[in-house]
Design a protein around this ligand. Sequence first.
Ligand SMILES: *Cc1c(COP(=O)(O)O)cnc(C)c1O
Length: 454
Amino acid sequence: MEQHYGRAVLIEAVREAVAAERQAILAGAVPAPSAPRIIDRVRQRLAEQNGAGLRRVLNLTGTVLHTNLGRSPLPEAAIEAMAAAARGGTNLEYDLETGRRGDRDTHLTSLICRLTGAEAATVVNNNAAAVLLVLNTLALRREVIVSRGELVEIGGAFRIPDVMARAGARLREVGTTNRTHSADYVSAITSRTAALLKVHTSNYRIVGFTAGVDECEVAAIAHEHGLPFIVDLGSGSLVDLAQYGLPPEPTVAETVSSGADVVTFSGDKLLGGPQAGLIAGRRDLIARIRRNPLWRALRCDKVTIAALESVLRLYLEPQRLASDLPALRLLSRRKFEIEAVARELAPAFEDALDRFARVEVVGCTSQIGSGAMPIEVLPSAGLRLTPGSRRNATGLSASRLAGLLRGLPVPVIGRIQSGSVVLDFRCLEDGRELAAQLPALKRAVHSRGTAGPA
Ligand SMILES: *Cc1c(COP(=O)(O)O)cnc(C)c1O
């Protein structure tokens, strides 16, 4: 703690914590706290006062690519590549053969082209940046035709109409929320049209009386009129996920081969890499995108490029992906494997929570997250912690218990479900770290009367 916060801050926090305990003892019949209890208090105080900073947490929410928890975990090889790039100089924009200035995209373009079948590619900060940059390059002060069924809001203030406005492009909506036909696209095309856009409705489904126009058809319409066809795939997978027992999601290669001229997708969704926005497509269009001054403002840093390169290399050996790419490994974990971890940890949880909460191994369902495949769920397992049938005796509620879990040295994030805290173990491959925290949970639960996180 001293290393992290500095000595002066630590001493102050210890003094405050001791003073608070002293006050509590003087004010009522509270027993003297144990040393570990005071240390927990100090830790908590430091975290509160210092805004905690960016910390590792255990994602037991059941949402694998959880945007608020940092989306995709990275493979070890990528982490090593990031550390190596961070440590010193790299040939980021330096051609080692000629000794001249190079281009940061060169480390990635051939990999992306190989994996998507596209002619050219570039990479920016995230997919939102990719969409902004593509529209600004290809449609400034002109119109982009989009189906009304695809005017997506992703969350975190990414709305297609707003992004389009900021990109300086004019939105030309066609069709209706549930039905859009090819004639709708055709009749909207004028001399002001710059492009046709399809947005993958990643985080919702329109079901029932619906009609859409598939990518091949929109591409054909665009090309008949000499217009580029842009696809924002959102998650965009590089491999067919069905082979890993996952629900199918359109692959980038399929979209490219169906005639899309520019495709954008995220690095940290189903791809399983670092935050990045990948743009793949026709050589002439990518060249224009690269010349846009906004590209310079939206480009990736060397650490991201190192990680992305390493992750894309894993895709060259698809048979190893399911074991080497953590996002895919977690998504394709089977229920029985997950349940085994839950069974292993259950007794230690029972000990920590003894009379305060009932502990059960339960089946539950995980989600992919990041808006990918919003309907499909993955069968999973975990622990359900239900605060006492004698709630009055213990005064512990589910939200209080969830708060205590969040207050652990490595915060544990679960979800609250009808009066219980459910911990989905899909993203917990090794239970040891969680087990090591259970003594702290036990102390927190037992001494919660005096204070503790709400
Ligand atoms: C997620 C998503 C985005 C934004 O991607 P980020 O990488 O989060 O910036 C844009 N469009 C669609 C369709 C998405 O699903």
